[in-house]
Design a binder for this molecule. Structure first.
Ligand SMILES: [Zn+2]
Length: 78
């Protein structure tokens, strides 16, 4: 009897562990340096961020046009 309970517990533990690993992997991926044009997508429109923009800014969340829009919104909010 105790064996069954132990087995069920270890299955639950494994599932929990897998879930936690995947969660951490997602977090790591979202914080990965954006130094390649391939995985650099705009946080606003989801489109690719221009390679030239990445080269000069190294880390940016938005593509050129969304950054301009965000800056406009920011200025208007002040
Ligand atoms: Zn964009």
């Amino acid at each position: 009897m105790a064996d069954d309970a132990d087995r069920a517990q270890s299955v639950a533990d494994a599932a929990q562990e897998k879930f936690e690993r995947e969660r951490l992997a997602r977090i790591a991926a979202s914080h990965a340096p954006r130094d390649s044009a391939i995985d650099a997508t705009c946080a606003d429109c989801g489109g690719p961020i221009e390679a030239q923009r990445l080269k000069t800014l190294h880390f940016t969340l938005r593509c050129g046009s969304c950054a301009a829009l965000a800056e406009q919104r920011y200025r208007m909010a002040r």
